[in-house]
Ligand binder design. Sequence first.
Ligand SMILES: Cc1cc2nc3c(=O)[nH]c(=O)nc-3n(C[C@H](O)[C@H](O)[C@H](O)COP(=O)(O)OP(=O)(O)OC[C@H]3O[C@@H](n4cnc5c(N)ncnc54)[C@H](O)[C@@H]3O)c2cc1C
Ligand SMILES: NC(=O)c1ccc[n+]([C@@H]2O[C@H](COP(=O)([O-])OP(=O)(O)OC[C@H]3O[C@@H](n4cnc5c(N)ncnc54)[C@H](O)[C@@H]3O)[C@@H](O)[C@H]2O)c1
Length: 466
Amino acid sequence: MPDTSAHYDVAVIGAGPAGTAAALRAAELGARVVVLEAARVGGTCVNTGCVPTRVLAKTARLIRETRHADVYGVEVREPVIDWRATVARVGERVDRVRSIKREAERFAEAGIDLVHEGRARFVDDSTLVLDSGRRITASSILICVGGHSRRLPIPGSELATVPEEVLALPVLPRRVAVIGAGNTGAQLVTVFNSFGSEVTLLDVAPRVLMASDASISDVVSHSFAEQGVDVRTGIDGVDRLARTADGTIALTWREAGKTSTRDVDVVIMATGWPADVEDLGLANAGIEVVRSAIPADQYFRTIVPHIFAVGDANGRDMLVQAAQFEGEAAAENAVLGANRRTPHHLLPAGGFTDPDYAGVGLTEQQARDRDPSCVVATVPYSRVDRAVIDDREIGFLKLIADRRRELILGAHAVGENAIEVIQSVTTAMAAGVDVSTLANVRFAYPTYSAVIGMAARALLAEVRES
Ligand SMILES: Cc1cc2nc3c(=O)[nH]c(=O)nc-3n(C[C@H](O)[C@H](O)[C@H](O)COP(=O)(O)OP(=O)(O)OC[C@H]3O[C@@H](n4cnc5c(N)ncnc54)[C@H](O)[C@@H]3O)c2cc1C
Ligand SMILES: NC(=O)c1ccc[n+]([C@@H]2O[C@H](COP(=O)([O-])OP(=O)(O)OC[C@H]3O[C@@H](n4cnc5c(N)ncnc54)[C@H](O)[C@@H]3O)[C@@H](O)[C@H]2O)c1
């Protein structure tokens, strides 16, 4: 039983990727640490986010490949999804990943107290109270509470399914509307489209995957349309959801000044990810929430210097790799009084749509806005032997470099293995590898990574030509 009556050096609220990394680092630095977790350790990523989504993406891939197996002389019957078995498989894989993460055991080994007594909230800037009534005081408090999905404030929004609820659907829906074409919505489009559902995608943004390089949005959007998804970006807004007499949902939206209604079985709202702060009592600590997130400086300090906001809670890079990095940096800043930052330009990210996409660093637009003389080279997958061998010719790798220093500023890929390709470029960027060194790296044959060497050589030619 943890001794929580005493004062701690560091209290961490939330045991997702941010809280786990922060607590372990703070303990490593010799601090007395307590972690307060309301639900399952591991947070969104392993329990309801990345891991379940990735298992669904694998299932989607399997069914697509099976459908095309006849091209290779493999005769199979038209595959169908057994939704209950699919959901069970996700649960089984989530448990397996949880079993290798072992957060609770790692906390115990590090001497960290883990308290599961409900949700924590601030009483004042150094005191937290749990649902159980227990009070905890700490010299530094790291808010690692993550976020949650957002229902649009429209009539009937309670009829929608939010991403965390998708696996609770009783049956595979025949007609699905996905509202929100960010990373979450786009991946769910591919999952349900591959599973055979009719999919409509709606977004007020002018293109899908607004945070990605525009050329990636073009390819993904075009592929969605080719696969039969009704892609509607740049709509004026979603008006309402209503249950019809036959039990379906009538979804009404406005587009180009016209109102349209479509009957669907399920509406998935993937329309953003506000910080989980509603019952956190932040006002008692003197902290204000701005645009659904907790403002923090580059060292993750909030307006109250001994309180830090880390991971999804600060609303910046909502990624596991960011949460972990930020957690470690914030722990060092809290325990050592240091001013450690994290390299946001070296955070690769991507998603498992069909085709996959990924990126790191500046988009072409961002790079050109900063320096119009930057160099850009794009190599289509149709020129990569391995992509042709595998019949995966859709896609490209784009590299963006600083003309004078010949260093990579950004890389964006769409197509097979995009995330692994971008990861290799990230490694080169982190090591400060220049374009000419990258152009001389040998890549095994036949690999998708070979596209990196091809793009680097194209960049070099561009730099040397001008
Ligand atoms: C569908 C989906 C797919 C995703 N896929 C990817 C991916 O492939 N790659 C990637 O990098 N990122 C992905 N993400 C994003 C990733 O999951 C998050 O960026 C990451 O989990 C953030 O970590 P965190 O520790 O900040 O928050 P979380 O993981 O959300 O953890 C917060 C923890 O705090 C706890 N908590 C909240 N409030 C309180 C309280 N008051 N008291 C006590 N405990 C509290 C919660 O129970 C939770 O365990 C995905 C997200 C979603 C929704
Ligand atoms: N593979 C990954 O790395 C991964 C996967 C999922 C989520 N995430 C992260 O989690 C966070 C949340 O992702 P998300 O996709 O849930 O949210 P998001 O905020 O990234 O995207 C929400 C989308 O909903 C749209 N939208 C908002 N209001 C709307 C309205 N009224 N009508 C129609 N469309 C509307 C927005 O224009 C936007 O495109 C992001 O930071 C994301 O990067 C990462």
